[in-house]
Ligand binder design. Structure first.
Ligand code: NAD
Ligand code: UD1
Length: 336
């Protein structure tokens, strides 16, 4: 299959390109590099022995997306491109709606015009909002709590409506829990700009001596050790989930909405301990106030992913921390 991967130079996109290329697919990366480095393509080539085609462009430019789809005769799209920082989405909501909702609309328009009938979308567990019950099943009500989450929910609704209107089009909405880790080669990984918002890159930067300590955002939650609990999933497992989603749509001719997580929750302090073990470094922590908008605890129900996709995360917390640390220690300044 020849697949247009929007946002394919980014963190999850680059790992998915590796799995697609290793699986014998052809890949066209479409990215405007607003949060990525072109050097990632060399790294993907180094790992797989194949270089993805690269088209530098913005997803909001429907004509350019259409031209890329036509020129390279793509038959499927995996749509990662988007903005993902929750705090920034509160400050700049229109920028988030423009990129994530209008951008998705333009990609769908291009799919419609070129006859592309397979579409995979990067959604997030953030669409569920406050847990009414746990683990989160795909039937859990959706109630995103911030502009970022609302753009994901709006995009999901638009994609579903598109699939109803164009019944030959099959769509997969993949709701990621907390992606961490890196390719085991240490050649590709997460490269946040500035101070990381997310836990794992922050912790590995403390381990590397780039930051003095981790601020633990609250230790008074109703969780075993009082700190926030999340379902961390290895990015390589996540990447494999995308390949399974494409295969499943092709085999069964069905659209799907599934969680991609491990089904297990770990606390902030458990992550700190696991990274200490992986890195052999001590990670100083300071307890701070709760972060605005944070939830105490949530994790995925993974039964549907297993049943529909035959997909189950295989890498445990030790592997996630080992690979995050391997990437961080081999690339102290990220892609340079
Ligand atoms: P990332 O920032 O590393 O990757 C996104 C890529 O999209 C980048 O390469 C960026 O340059 C590109 N991009 C952004 N806007 C674009 C535009 N208008 N046109 C073309 N390219 C554009 O992020 P990621 O962590 O790899 O996330 C990928 C997707 O998964 C995003 O849609 C994100 O919202 C979603 N997601 C991420 C997480 C997470 O924790 N990383 C969790 C749930 C969902
Ligand atoms: C965040 C986003 C969520 C997004 C997800 C994956 C918020 C409110 N939510 O989720 O929408 O889908 O990233 O990209 O930003 N923590 C610390 N210290 C830190 C950083 C984090 O204690 O410096 C704690 C947090 O309070 C939380 C846990 O670590 O309990 C995980 O945080 P993070 O990695 O930011 O992910 P989420 O908050 O789950």
């Amino acid at each position: 299959m020849k697949i247009l991967v929007t946002g394919g130079a980014g963190y999850i996109g680059s790992h998915t390109c590796v799995e697609l290329l290793d699986g014998g697919h052809d890949v066209v990366v479409y990215d405007n590099l607003c949060n990525a480095n072109e050097g990632v393509l060399d790294r993907v080539e180094h790992i797989t022995g194949k270089r993805p085609v690269f088209v530098r462009g913005d997803i909001r430019d429907a004509e350019a997306v259409e031209a890329a789809l036509r020129q390279h005769a793509c038959t499927a799209i995996i749509h990662f491109a988007g903005l993902k920082a929750v705090g920034e989405s509160v400050e700049k909501p229109l920028m988030y709606y423009d990129n994530n909702v209008v951008g998705t609309m333009r990609v769908l328009e291009a799919a419609a015009k070129t006859g592309v009938r397979q579409f995979v979308f990067s959604s997030s567990a953030t669409v569920y909002g406050e847990p009414k019950f746990l683990p989160f099943t795909e039937e859990h009500p959706t109630a995103a709590m911030n502009p970022y989450g609302k753009t994901k929910l709006a995009a999901e609704g638009m994609i579903e409506a598109f699939a109803v209107a164009v019944p030959t089009c099959k769509v997969a909405l993949l709701r990621y829990f907390n992606p961490v880790g890196a390719h085991e080669s240490g050649l590709i990984g997460e490269d946040p700009k500035g101070i990381p918002n997310n836990l794992m890159p922050y912790v590995t930067q403390v381990a590397a001596g780039r930051r003095t300590h981790l601020n633990v955002w609250g230790n008074d939650y109703d969780t075993p050790d009082g700190t926030g609990v999340r379902d961390y999933v290895h990015v390589v497992d996540l990447a494999k989930g995308h390949v399974r989603a494409l295969d499943t749509m092709a085999e069964k001719g069905e659209s799907l909405t599934v969680n991609l997580g491990t089904g297990k929750g770990y606390s902030v302090l458990e992550i700190v301990k696991a990274v200490e073990v992986a890195s052999g470094k001590t990670i100083p922590t300071k307890i701070g106030p709760r972060r605005f908008g944070d939830l105490p605890a949530y994790w995925a129900d993974t039964a549907l992913a297993e049943k529909l996709l035959g997909w189950k995360a295989e890498r445990d917390l030790a592997a996630m921390c080992r690979d995050s640390w391997n990437w961080q220690s081999k690339n102290p300044d990220g892609y340079v």
